[in-house]
Every structure is written in structure tokens, then in C-alpha cells.
Design a protein around this ligand. Structure first.
Ligand code: MIC
Ligand code: SF4
Length: 663
């Protein structure tokens, strides 16, 4: 039974949470006091191609001869459609960089980074950072797995600690057992209903209780994966008999060790969820926390069903869908898409006959990659409704601006394939197929390229296509910021709003072009205006509401605004990874002290912030003068000493250069 943290007076020594144990065994600086900044040593890193090129360009600029981590893997899984030469050039660059610096490359076709990492590399008790916000999926294997910007991953590969705020550990105590037609997706949608996407920054969700023991590692992975939508640092499960069984099926039982929280571990807060009382859920457009039971939601007509993404594309997910659909064909109005999470999943589905069932039911089989999830293919029709087993349904992310995306479990998705409607699968009158996981999976690692330590590629042989540029340079922070509020946006602005993915993603390695698309769906003229202001020698300022920068870890949501001359973002609150990215690239994250000031400032206002550097140094509140309106308001900027140095230097790379030249 998980215990809530009591008052701090006269406490007996407390048992430790699993989070505390893993973090403490990796501490490099600071101590486990909630709210404090600590540095931890990173054992493993992962990157994917859309964030990876920039991360490796930054890593290269550090002049380190070889990666210093225990294991670093570079996955190619996001930009695999390859219209034009750009993505293919990126993939070739990633392959060469991996051979140069001792990184394992997971070739295109091998699968989605989080799924493949879970299968082949995740290890209980290890730390992992990845340049992708769903890296916490590794928490299913009792890892401290955290999403970060590419630059933080590059620094970890260079052997530097990863800095984070000591999290508040929230216990999620699972009781009971899932009933037929209810699955892991419904658990995490319930968690999203309880916690929402706001207000969970610097928390870790730690799962425990008898119900946890009933969940397999892929089910835990679905839950840990989508904890990212709540904005937590990560989620973590114990390493137990289920973990051991999973690793045995992966033929790496030797990687297993038992790990759990102490029985008397205390938590910031404990939430109880009875698995036996859950029912099929959905997150309705346009937010992952817009949750209802499928029974309560309108039985909307569905034009598209997409099954896959890193959240729900395991063997069991797809085999369950195949078994439900066996002998039946997709409803005529439904376009039915399947993307397996990995080549391992696909090969085992083929071996066990499930692939044939899927194809017979009319599945359009896509590559083992991100695909539809990131809007780079399978956009729904205008005004259409798409049911997806993925994790994000932000406005426009599917590539069709006026489409509505409902997030659902594979079971609910299968019911929609058959009926063309969002419908509770328990009303289908079918028996629930309980899929038994094979004790041994077919394992084939032939799409990994393992570096040969003895013959690392010489730097001059790294091939760089014409679309691959150097990471842009930033000046150090001026003492006076003077410029214009170039845009004022509302609450919950995601990184998809700031810098879209989908068809624009092929410019991830080319910042001057990619920057043209900043805020393109909110304000088409933003980039043009920002460039003009920058070229006149003035600064750009972004004003935002709550949870600014939620969603992806893409540091391009900071690099591109930096390139356009943005010096500060003033918001009601920030999401963790995005705030870290802003600081990494020398953009000042300021928080309104009085929330009412947000509505007193408009786009186009001329704004001045004096003595910025001195105020940051002393940690005093920072006054922003609105010259246009003749008013002033107070903002706060809570930075650690390390972050102060970084933002003042104009970003982490500058800081590193300055300290290298000083030593
Ligand atoms: C996403 O799901 O939004 C992505 C694409 O995987 C991003 C990473 C990226 O933008 O490249 C993420 O989640 O971090
Ligand atoms: Fe890929 Fe989607 Fe997962 Fe992001 S959320 S890593 S785009 S599958």
C-alpha cells in the first residue's frame, strides 16, 4: 500500500520510492530534495531522425572523439516517407555519424524508437534520456527514462550530467484486474482525466499496487508512454516477474533485476485506480485530456481508423485487433490503417498468422514507423473523424486542419473498423479475444548497425547533403531587451503550434527554411514580421497563456524562434522540456507574476526590459515596461545558477565554448 508523505516534523527515516532509488544511484550533483536542481549520470541515450540530425550536429561541434555513454542508439523512424532528397540525406548523415562516434544505428524499417528500445535495450534501474518526449515509455522496464531536447542528449553523449528538478513523486496505486474489452489505454486515459495535461510539471508518476502486477510490460509501456501528455518528468513501474518474463521472451533475461519502492515509501500524493471498474475511454478532439467513456461520447461516424504509433503497436495490441476482425471486413466508409511498432512485432504477427487476418480485413499496412501519428501521411478527409490509438490529438496534428481525432484503445478502434462508428466494443456481442503472449518471440537484430570500435569512420567521410546546415549561432543576452510583442497566443499552445511537423519536417536540418513555418497555423505572417523586426535591430517577444510548449521535445520550437530574433517568452506557465529548450538556446522564459497582466498586453505593443542580465544574476523579479500602453508589470524568472549562466551566454553551446576557451 502506498503511503502519502506526512508533515516533515519528527519523521522516522522514510522508505524510498523507486524514483528516488534510481536517481540516487546516478546522482552527480545535488541531493534528492524536491524542487532542487540535481545532475544525474546518463547510462543510455536515444535519438530519432527528426530531432537527431540537429542533436548530432551539436554533438559534433563539441569536439568529443567518441560517445561516453554505456549505450547510445540513433533511430530512423519519423521521416521515412522521403519525398525529395532531404530525409534520405539526413538518414545517410545519421548513419555516418553513428559510425564515426560509436553509436548504434537502427535503420529505417526497424521500428519506432520507443518500441524498439523497449524490446532490445531497456534495462531496469538504468537512466535514459531521449530527444523525444515519449522516451518515458522506458519506465515500463523500471528505467528513469526522460524526454529532453536534442542538445541535452548531445551533452549526455559527451559525458555531461543531465540536470533536472528533483521531482515530486506521485503514487498511482492500481488495484483489481482489467475486464474484457478494457485495456492499458483506458488506464492512461483515466489518469489523464484525473491529472489533465496541466499542472504536473516536475512530477513523476510511480505505479504500484496489486493491479500493477497483472499488467504486462507492453501494457505498462502504453501507460508510461502517455504520461508524457500529463507533462510529467516521467512514469515508472517496478521491475518484477512480468518484467522478467518480457525480457526472457526478448532473450535477454540476464538484463533483469528486481526493483521496487520500499514498502513504507512515502509519496507526495497517492491516487487509487481500480482496474476492475474501468471501461472503454476516449480522448475527444483536440486534447488528450478531453476524456470521456466511450459510452458517454457521441457515437460519431468515423472515416478513418489508425492503429499503431509508439503508444499502442505492440504484438498484443495488433494481435487483439486481428483476432477481433478475423473473418470480417472493414466498414465501407472506413479507411483502416495499421502501422506496427517494430519489425519484431510485424515478423511475429506474420509468424503467428495475425498479419494475414489484418490484411484479409482490409488493413492498409504502413511501414513500421511514426507515419500517421506525426501527420506525415494518412491525413483524414476535410472535416473528417479519425479514431487513433496514438497519444496526441492536437488541433491540426493529423495534417487536416479541420479534422477531429479521437484517441482510443485498439479494442475501440477495432469496433469502429467494423461499424464505422465510435462505439463501445462490449456492445458488439463478440467474445473478447485474450491474446496469450508467446513465451519466445522471433528476434532479428539484423537492421541494427553496431559500430566497430576499432574502425570508427574519419570525420571527413561523414556525408552531408545540401539541406544539412550548421546549428545557428546566438548572441549573448543583451542588457536591454527592446522590441515588439510579435504574437500573443492562448493556453496550451503545443510545440506542434509553434513549429509544425508533418510535411514541414524535412527541413529539421535546415533552420533558415524551417523557421519560415513558426506559428504558421496561428499567424501566417509571424515569421515575416519577426524577421523584419530582427533585421531592424529590435527584439521579438512572445506572450503566451498556460502550459506553453506542451507536447513534443522538439528543440526546433526554441531554435527557430531564436533564429528569428526572439529574446523572451512571457507566459502564465511553461512545460518542462520546452522551458529547458528555451534556456538551452538563450531565450528568456518569464512568468507573469500577476496573471491578469496577460490580458493587458497585445500583439504589436512595444516592450522594454532593462537591466536584464543584472536582474537574472540577482534573481530579482523583472519589470517589463509596455511603452505603447504606458504601463509596467512584474515577471519572475526562476533559474538555477547553471541556467542563469546559460541564458546570459546566449545558450548552452556558447557557454560550453566560453568555458572551453577559458580553460
Ligand atoms: C511527436 O510525437 O510530436 C514527436 C514527433 O515524436 C516529437 C519529436 C519531434 O518533434 O521530432 C516528440 O514527441 O518529442
Ligand atoms: Fe513517433 Fe508518434 Fe511516438 Fe512521436 S508519438 S515518437 S511521432 S509514434
Amino acid at each position: 500500500m502506498m503511503q502519502k508523505r506526512k508533515g516533515i516534523e519528527k519523521e522516522a527515516p522514510m522508505g524510498k520510492t523507486l524514483t528516488e532509488k534510481i536517481i540516487e544511484s546516478h546522482l552527480v550533483s545535488g541531493s534528492f530534495a524536491p524542487g532542487a536542481e540535481i545532475g544525474i549520470q546518463i547510462d543510455q541515450t536515444l535519438t530519432q531522425d527528426a530531432t537527431g540530425t540537429m542533436a548530432y550536429l551539436q554533438f559534433e561541434s563539441m569536439g568529443i572523439p567518441e560517445v561516453k555513454t554505456e549505450l547510445s542508439v540513433s533511430y530512423i523512424d519519423h521521416n521515412t516517407i522521403q519525398t525529395g532528397f532531404e530525409n534520405a540525406d539526413d538518414h545517410r548523415y545519421l548513419q555516418d555519424v553513428a559510425r564515426r562516434y560509436g553509436i548504434i544505428l537502427s535503420r529505417a524499417g526497424n521500428g519506432i524508437c520507443h518500441q524498439v528500445h523497449l524490446e532490445r535495450f531497456g534495462r531496469p534501474g538504468r537512466t535514459l534520456i531521449g530527444s523525444d518526449s515519449h522516451t518515458p515509455m522506458g519506465g515500463a522496464l523500471a528505467m528513469m527514462a526522460i524526454g529532453a531536447g536534442g542538445l541535452d542528449v548531445a551533452l549526455a553523449m559527451a559525458g555531461e550530467p543531465f540536470y533536472l528538478t528533483v521531482p515530486r513523486v506521485v503514487g498511482i496505486n492500481l488495484a483489481g484486474k482489467l475486464r474484457p474489452w478494457v485495456s492499458a489505454k483506458d488506464v492512461i486515459l483515466k489518469v489523464l482525466q484525473i491529472f489533465t495535461t496541466k499542472g504536473n510539471v516536475d512530477c513523476v508518476f510511480e505505479y504500484g499496487g496489486a493491479g500493477t502486477a497483472t499488467l504486462t510490460v507492453p501494457e505498462r509501456a502504453t501507460i508510461a508512454n502517455m504520461g508524457a501528455e500529463c507533462g510529467v518528468t516521467t512514469s515508472v513501474f517496478p521491475s518484477d516477474a512480468m518484467t522478467r518474463r518480457f525480457l526472457r521472451a526478448q532473450r535477454r533475461e540476464e538484463d533483469w533485476c528486481e526493483l521496487s519502492a520500499d514498502r513504507d515509501a512515502r509519496y507526495e500524493r497517492v491516487v487509487q485506480i481500480d482496474l476492475g471498474r474501468l471501461e472503454p475511454m476516449t480522448a475527444m478532439p483536440h486534447s488528450p485530456d478531453h476524456v470521456a467513456t466511450v459510452r458517454e461520447a457521441d457515437p460519431v461516424e468515423v472515416q478513418q481508423v489508425c492503429i499503431g504509433s509508439c503508444t499502442n503497436s505492440s504484438y498484443k495490441d495488433l494481435a487483439t485487433v486481428a483476432a477481433i476482425l478475423r473473418g470480417r471486413v472493414a466498414h465501407p466508409s472506413v479507411s483502416f490503417i495499421v502501422s506496427p511498432g517494430s519489425r519484431q512485432v510485424l515478423m511475429n504477427l506474420a509468424r503467428d498468422g495475425y498479419l494475414a487476418d489484418l490484411l484479409a480485413s482490409g488493413a492498409r499496412l504502413m511501414e513500421n514507423a511514426c507515419g500517421f501519428c506525426i501527420g506525415s501521411s494518412q491525413s483524414p478527409p476535410s472535416g473528417g473523424i479519425s479514431l487513433r490509438t496514438s497519444n496526441r490529438n492536437f488541433y491540426g496534428r493529423s495534417g487536416t486542419q479541420d479534422a477531429g481525432v479521437y484517441l482510443v484503445s485498439p479494442e475501440v478502434a477495432a469496433a469502429a473498423v467494423l461499424t464505422g462508428k465510435l462505439r463501445d466494443p462490449r456492445t458488439l456481442g463478440l467474445p473478447y479475444p485474450r491474446i496469450k503472449m508467446p513465451a519466445h518471440l522471433h528476434i532479428d537484430d539484423s537492421l541494427f548497425i553496431k559500430p566497430d570500435e576499432a574502425t570508427l569512420l574519419p570525420t571527413e567521410e561523414i556525408r552531408r547533403g545540401p539541406n544539412i546546415g550548421a546549428p545557428p549561432h546566438n548572441d549573448s543576452l543583451p542588457e536591454r531587451i527592446s522590441g515588439e510583442v510579435t504574437i500573443r497566443v492562448g493556453d496550451k499552445v503545443t510545440t506542434d503550434h509553434i513549429i509544425p511537423a508533418g510535411e514541414r519536417m524535412k527541413y529539421r536540418s535546415n533552420i533558415p527554411i524551417y523557421a519560415e513555418f513558426v506559428f504558421e497555423h496561428l499567424d501566417k505572417q509571424f515569421a515575416l514580421r519577426a524577421k523584419q523586426i530582427r533585421d531592424e535591430g529590435r527584439h521579438n517577444i512572445i506572450v503566451a497563456g498556460l502550459s506553453y510548449g506542451q507536447g513534443s521535445s522538439r528543440e526546433h520550437a526554441a531554435i527557430c524562434p531564436m533564429y528569428l530574433g526572439v529574446k523572451a517568452v512571457i507566459a502564465l506557465s511553461f512545460e518542462r522540456i520546452h522551458a529547458a529548450n528555451l534556456i538551452n538556446f538563450g531565450i528568456l522564459p518569464l512568468v507573469f507574476q500577476d496573471g491578469n497582466d496577460y490580458s493587458r498586453i497585445d500583439r504589436g505593443d512595444w516592450v522594454v526590459i532593462d537591466a536584464v542580465v543584472s536582474h537574472i544574476r540577482t534573481g530579482k523579479p523583472i519589470t517589463v515596461k509596455n511603452i505603447t500602453k504606458g504601463t509596467a508589470f512584474i515577471t519572475t524568472c526562476e533559474l538555477t545558477e547553471r541556467q542563469k549562466d546559460m541564458v546570459i551566454a546566449g545558450g548552452a553551446l556558447n557557454l560550453r565554448r566560453f568555458s572551453d576557451s577559458a580553460s
